[in-house]
Design a protein around this ligand. Structure first.
Ligand code: GLN
Length: 538
């Protein structure tokens, strides 16, 4: 029967609960257990799709078309387990479900309350849509002590009561700061955080202590004494050179043994750590170096482009290369000569996904410079749309080609399908996953033989994840091609442009989908592998 591991966070946010949850999931997966990982987010948005990425980080899109918390990206990267819509829940979703039922009269006249109605809904979600999983790991967003997360904590307390100790495990990730003036690691914040949890009826079984560096046994003993956990159940999560070191660091401190002991399971389970060992071995011996300029709007926060960051890192390791990312704020390169000056020292240029007209001048400039200097270029989603606009606008009469995303235009080269009225080519779209009007989730593209993209994937049918509202307007296909673009990948019905490339350039690729969402350390994405290789060979 399924065992549930609940991971809470204490003292401060940003301790890396997502990484820790993913690491534990990875170790259990490497023991050949069947695992699901879920995120319970305490905010009131129905999903993070509407949130500004510079506030809440990247929106991660699943194969089945859900816009989810970026921690699900970590889960997939660490474990290779494909997340589903049902793996991310928010307070907003829970409440909307409860209120829907209330209106329908499902509660048969009873007063609808947080306990039991909201907590019941949370418990239902935790146990929903499973098929013989050995473990379900649930990360509770937020920090213990926040008002928002109270119903979630109450729900997991109830689950422990219902399922028993051998089916539930409470892991608390907390902070143990070092105070240089006292020359001591301080355990008090952890003690308070555990007290807070105890007040809610939850005694953590395992304490994971985030710390800048290893602390001594004395601090560990103090935590064990005051927080009512065995000494072996106090595990350190010290700073690492890369997040991908965490699974092995936890393993070496006996985390699996602790998990199995608390859950009353057989300890003798083989775990194959070779994948991580090999990856870290490569990471420690990188020979080459390249730099990539990422030209975007949310450049203040690399969290906004988390998956992209990771994908470049994975493919860097694959190519024995350290990849330095230079974040370039597109608003600062609106002057073309300044743009050239800034970008000329980078090996390659990448324009990632984005929304809105704001900052597009700089992005188009970056595309022009990559063409002029023949620097490898990768345009993702919005980046591809802009590469098409840049190209067609060089044709006579197309200078004002635009996207309807930027407002009314007489040359809507990028537009929503229902806007494709010209030449009467109106395609009925068959989007299966509509979130508002977005094309979300996994879709098939057909690649054309002889193209660069075909040589990258080495097959003609691929599936990648999408998250966009606008499409390349098929009515302008001829003019786009005339401007030097090869449309090398299309949707199976031949109507939607998925991939573009340029023959007059050594490596210039635009993709309508987000390849970065499917890259993992063990399966770096072919597009990024090829991009990094191009940077090395340029
Ligand atoms: N803004 C563009 C669209 O909606 C691109 C979106 C993106 O880059 N994710 O089509």
């Amino acid at each position: 029967m399924t065992k549930f591991i609940f991971i809470t966070g204490g003292v401060v946010s940003s301790l890396g609960k997502g990484i820790v949850s993913s690491s534990i999931a990875s170790l259990l997966t490497l023991c050949k257990y069947k695992v699901r990982i879920r995120k319970l987010d305490p905010y009131l948005n129905i999903d993070p799709g509407t949130m500004n990425p510079s506030q809440h980080g990247e929106v991660f899109v699943t194969d089945d078309g859900a816009e989810t918390d970026m921690d699900l990206g970590h889960y997939e990267r660490f474990t290779g387990i494909i997340s589903k819509k049902s793996d991310n829940i928010t307070t907003g979703k829970i409440y909307s479900e409860v209120l829907k039922k209330e209106r329908r009269g499902d509660y048969l006249g009873s007063t609808v309350q947080v306990i039991p109605h909201v907590t019941d809904e949370i418990k239902k979600f935790i146990k929903k849509d499973l098929s013989n999983e050995d473990f379900v790991i649930c990360e509770i967003g937020g920090t213990v002590g926040d008002i928002e997360s109270l119903p979630f904590l109450e729900a997991i307390r109830q689950l422990r009561n219902e399922l028993g100790k051998s089916k539930t495990l409470f892991i608390h990730l907390t902070l143990v700061p070092f105070l240089s003036s006292a020359n001591e690691f301080k355990t008090k914040p952890t003690q308070h955080s555990v007290k807070e949890l105890l007040g809610l009826g939850i005694q953590p079984d395992l304490l994971l202590c985030r710390t800048e560096r290893k602390f001594d046994k004395k601090a560990k003993e103090k935590i064990s004494l005051f927080c009512n956990t065995s000494l072996d159940s106090v595990i350190l999560v010290e700073n690492a050179k890369t997040i991908y070191e965490i699974p092995l660091k936890l393993y070496k401190q006996g985390i699996l043994k602790q998990v199995f002991t608390h859950l009353n399971m057989n300890q003798n389970r083989n775990v194959n750590l070779k994948l991580w060992e090999d990856f870290l071995d490569k990471f420690n011996k990188l020979k080459n170096f390249v730099s990539v300029a990422i030209v975007g709007k949310y450049t203040n926060l690399s969290e906004s482009y988390k998956s992209l960051n990771e994908a470049l890192f994975h493919s860097g390791i694959f190519n024995n290369t350290r990849v330095e990312i230079k974040w370039v704020d597109s608003k600062k390169i609106e002057n073309i000569s300044k743009c050239e000056q800034i970008l000329k020292n980078c090996d390659g240029i990448l324009v990632p996904g984005g929304f809105g007209r704001d900052g597009t001048v700089g992005k188009i400039n970056a595309i022009k410079i990559s063409k002029k200097l023949k620097k490898p270029f990768l345009g993702i989603c919005f980046g591809m749309q802009l590469a098409i606009l840049e190209s067609i606008s060089n044709l006579r009469g197309y200078k004002n080609a635009s996207s309807t995303e930027f407002g009314k235009t007489s040359i809507p080269v990028i537009s929503m399908i229902h806007e494709w009225k010209k030449n009467k080519k109106i395609v009925k779209h068959d989007y299966k996953n509509l979130g508002g009007s977005m094309r979300l989730g996994s879709y098939t593209s057909i690649l054309f033989k002889g193209s660069k993209i075909y040589s990258i994937y080495r097959k003609n049918k691929i599936n990648e994840r999408h998250r966009h509202r606008y499409e390349v307007n098929y009515n302008y296909k001829k003019q786009i091609e005339k401007s030097g673009v090869v449309l090398s990948g299309m949707s199976p019905d031949g109507n939607l442009v998925e991939i573009m490339e340029r023959r007059d350039h050594p490596w210039f690729l635009g993709v309508q989908f987000h390849p970065e969402l499917k890259s993992t350390p063990f399966k770096p994405h072919p597009i990024f592998n090829s991009f990094i290789k191009a940077l090395l060979n340029k």
